[in-house]
Write a protein that binds this ligand. Structure first.
Ligand SMILES: [Zn+2]
Length: 365
């Protein structure tokens, strides 16, 4: 008997409804939430709607403590120590019968990887006291396969959690994804409007970075008003220079412009924001840096948008998964190869783009 069949049977016996009625309620719920939940998830919501508490099997012993990379199979009791990378908003469903269901998830990581942990209904309250950066010791959760065939972890009826336990430290690797829902794509297969795509390629050019003056809270551009820097949302602020970098990234199928703002500008450059801003003032530093980044391998996630100025497609980077700046040795090798050819002088491009024309997407900030 499958997990789904067990749950349905459990629900039929506890609700006193017929199996046909239950199947219909579940199908309606799947439709109503249009792909947001799996059938199993829908069964739990229906149970909640009709006031039935489904039994989860009480674990006979505490689940083994595992690392995230080892959570590869569904339906395995799982205990893990992890760090909260991202806390997503709670999603609330109003069912036709008027009762409410909710689901909320967090993205967590350890030294070996990242995964999502999902909390249903009253379990979402656990997240009220949890913030990004907290360390969690979770016992007796269980793994499940979601609609995208990804393994995630569910915080169930017998799961327990300790927030910031003493003596547990977790250091996340430098390029830990902040989102896991990326779909890998070749450059020539990118389509306008595509969200959360991932590309893997080589940096073929790196423009002189630009910056705008933005609010330190929300990173939107500030307006000058009577010598004051005003944010539409936050009033008078001490504005910062927010860097923007533009790269061309190519794979074996083609090239695409990639844009990164703020911390994404820093990550897309592999150096600090101060250094990125320094390139705007010192052309020699910029040229030296280009030797390290042009030719570097990069893997990044983002959304495909249209550049307002050129009408061309571009990727707005929202996650730099990996960037391997070239080493001194690699640069030296390149220079020797370069000398054997006659280097062609190239004119600097006109980089004076009006910041007003940059298409801000709130997701990017
Ligand atoms: Zn602001």
């Amino acid at each position: 008997m499958s997990e789904k069949e067990k749950l349905i049977e459990n629900l039929v016996s506890k609700s006193g409804k017929s199996i046909d009625d239950i199947n219909k309620l579940v199908a309606d719920k799947v439709n109503e939430l249009s792909g947001l939940v799996s059938e199993e998830g829908a069964i739990y919501i229906v149970a909640n709607d009709i006031g039935v508490k489904l039994d989860a099997e009480r674990p006979k012993k505490e689940a083994d403590l595992v690392k995230i990379e080892d959570v590869t199979e569904p339906k395995v009791p799982t205990s893990l120590n992890c760090k909260v990378i991202r806390k997503y908003d709670k999603v609330t469903f109003q069912s036709k019968s008027g009762s409410e269901g909710s689901v909320q998830s967090i993205l967590v990581g350890d030294e070996t990887g990242v995964t999502r942990i999902v909390f249903w209904n009253e379990k979402t309250e656990v997240l009220d006291n949890i913030q990004e950066g907290d360390i969690l010791a979770i016992t007796n959760a269980y793994s499940r396969e979601n609609n995208s065939q990804r393994i995630e972890i569910h915080f169930g009826q017998y799961s327990e959690i300790v927030v910031n336990p003493q003596g547990v430290e977790i250091t996340l690797p430098e390029y830990t994804p902040r989102d896991i829902e990326f779909t890998e794509s070749k450059v020539n297969a990118l389509e306008e409007g595509a969200k959360n795509i991932k590309i893997n390629g080589i940096v073929s050019s790196y423009d002189i970075p630009r910056f705008y003056v933005g609010c330190p809270e929300c990173f939107k551009k500030v307006q000058q008003d009577d010598g004051k820097q005003m944010c539409g949302q936050h009033g008078e602020v001490q504005a910062n220079r927010i860097p923007i970098v533009n790269l061309i990234v190519g794979d074996e199928t083609g090239t695409i412009a990639v844009v990164g703002f703020r911390d994404r500008a820093e990550q897309l450059s592999g150096v600090s924001t101060e250094e990125v801003l320094g390139f705007t003032e010192d052309i020699d530093k910029y040229r030296d840096f280009c030797k390290r980044i042009v030719g570097a391998k990069v893997e990044l996630g983002g959304n495909v948008t249209t550049n307002n100025m050129t009408g061309d497609m571009q990727v707005m980077a929202n996650q730099i998964i990996n960037l391997e700046l070239k080493t001194v040795e690699e640069i030296a090798k390149d220079e020797i190869a370069e000398e054997s050819k006659k280097a062609e002088a190239t004119d600097d491009e006109d980089l004076d783009i009006d910041i007003e024309e940059i298409d801000f997407d709130d997701d990017m900030l």
